[in-house]
Design a protein around this ligand. Structure first.
Ligand SMILES: [Cu+2]
Length: 198
């Protein structure tokens, strides 16, 4: 007899819960997790007017861009910079579909460096995986302290910027992006060419 009385009570409770807000609670408990994490807090990508520095050459007829990138061109950031810039202060912008040649030279007297085009846009605390966005868009042995692009050496990479989007130009040597050896690299629709943020 007691069991009969308890079952309807329990059933009523379950029904009440099932039809009420607490039934939605488990599902909405699953979904809230992504939204807070999805709000990116990374630095803003420089926009606005594009400068055309001497190290950037574009040929719109041939659809080519040539970038002379000097690692350690100044002593700034302990030479861990590209043409003196760090921490995404520039957005090197190339038109989509253009063939990009990067001539990387290493003028840092002390340290190996490398260069690649990465999808990473927010987390530079760890070196991005050495998986370039575009085939060929990475220097050799990019993580090696002894066999990347060594002081006094240079290396050329060529790739087709086949997909418009926001990317980064990074050094893959451990610790280098963490202290700022990265810039933004934007592949733009149309014929925008140059460097934002200069
Ligand atoms: Cu480096």
């Amino acid at each position: 007899m007691k069991a009969y009385k308890l079952i309807p009570v329990a059933g009523f409770f379950l029904a009440a819960c099932g039809g009420g807000e607490s039934a939605d609670a488990p599902t909405s408990d699953d979904t809230p997790t992504p939204p807070p994490a999805a709000a990116p807090a990374g630095p803003e990508i420089p926009g606005g007017e594009l400068s055309m520095p001497g190290w950037y050459q574009v040929d719109h007829d041939a659809m080519t861009v040539t970038l002379d990138i000097e690692a350690g061109s100044t002593a700034d950031n302990n030479y861990w910079n590209y043409n003196g810039a760090t921490n995404g202060e520039w957005a090197i912008t190339v038109p989509v579909g253009y063939t990009v040649t990067v001539n990387l030279s290493n003028s840092d007297p002390n340290m190996a460096h490398s260069l690649g085009i990465s999808r990473e846009l927010t987390n530079f605390a760890v070196p991005p995986a050495p998986e370039p966005v575009f085939e060929g868009a990475i220097t050799q042995n990019p993580q090696s302290m002894v066999d990347a692009t060594m002081p006094g050496e240079s290396e050329t990479v060529t790739f087709v910027a086949s997909e418009a989007g926001d990317y980064s130009m990074v050094c893959y040597i451990a610790g280098h992006t963490a202290v700022g050896m990265w810039l933004y690299f934007v592949v733009a629709e149309g014929q925008d060419a140059g460097v934002a943020g200069m």
